[in-house]
Design a protein around this ligand. Sequence first.
Ligand code: NAD
Length: 372
Amino acid sequence: MRIASTKSICEIYAESEHEKVVLWSDPTCGYRGIIAIHSTALGPAVGGTRFWDYGCDKVASLDALRLSRGMSYKNALAGLPFGGGKAVIIGNSRTGSRAEIFRAHGKFVESLGGAFITAEDVGTTPADMVLVRQQTRHVAGLPDKSGDPSPMTALGVFQAMLACAKYRWGSATLNGIKVAIQGCGNTGYHLARELYNAGAELIVCDVNEERARRVANEFEAGTVPPQEIFGVDADVFAPCALGGVINDITIPQLKVEIIVGSANNQLLEDSHGTALAELNILYAPDCVANSGGVINGCRELLGWEQSETMQRIVGIYDRMLALLNLAEDQGLPPHKTADRLARELIAGTANKHMDGHGAVAQLSRRVLRSVY
Ligand code: NAD
């Protein structure tokens, strides 16, 4: 979905192929939120709640649309019985009454009657989800349940990086590999720990200097200022901050052979994935690489045992490797193969529901089996 910024929000919604986009406000506490439901074809739409000071409502809307579509693809490619959605709360997360804001958000989620299930994301915490839970049961990531998904997301990214190393270099380990990590927050920190334990060499950055220093001290990482991370002479670049960081400005700076990280929507535009392929830089689709968090949530959402969750997160290695090989067979960049497969999986189930024959659903199951 390429969205020209000159279009109105209504035009953008009309073109976005989302099932539903809902706005909600509660003037008594200054709450303003958007929930975008991209698809419920495979099950209820699952996706986090982002609390961010967007500065512009249109940017917030675009973020909700892109992130919710990404969740649909992520859940489909992970073989989970969920559709995709995303909530954004517009505002400064350091001002206002957090309790009132998240109770208002809980009412908003409840109003959708279970079509959308949320959890924490950038700017929100498991403690916030406790407040949401006071208003709705359609929330996961509670502290006494599956909790903070970040360590499991990072483990999944680590597995995806191992798969990329195997595909690119035939290497079974990351020992001695130099990795540049952008962002030392929840996922970046845990990814750094996994990589350090695996013998990788680390260069990190964060706009929050304290976070970068912590990783430097604990994992013997070098640091660079945030604007220099793209040009670091490393083997792998791991974007673990925000989306859109692979773009016209950053691509010419890259010296790495592989990009794999936790951030959602790393490619600013689809064309940037193609540009990476032309430069022979292997891009691991983020919707597969960072699926460990939502898989972890299945302990809470689907009652999975910890062992099953771990098996599926470690299985990101096989899924990524299979996807890279499939992309090569199809002669497509990996991000295009991932998008195509996700759309087939979603459309397959949608068609089954519509026509009752299940032919396309069978096809998508075959694709799923052969790929995963
Ligand atoms: P976080 O907020 O804990 O960490 C992000 C870090 O990036 C922060 O420390 C922030 O200061 C830093 N940062 C922001 N802009 C930066 C810049 N320009 N340069 C350098 N550092 C910058 O978030 P997180 O939970 O680690 O998530 C990171 C990304 O991974 C997000 O895109 C999120 O949507 C995605 N993701 C997270 C999870 C999860 O389990 N937490 C799961 C899937 C996807």
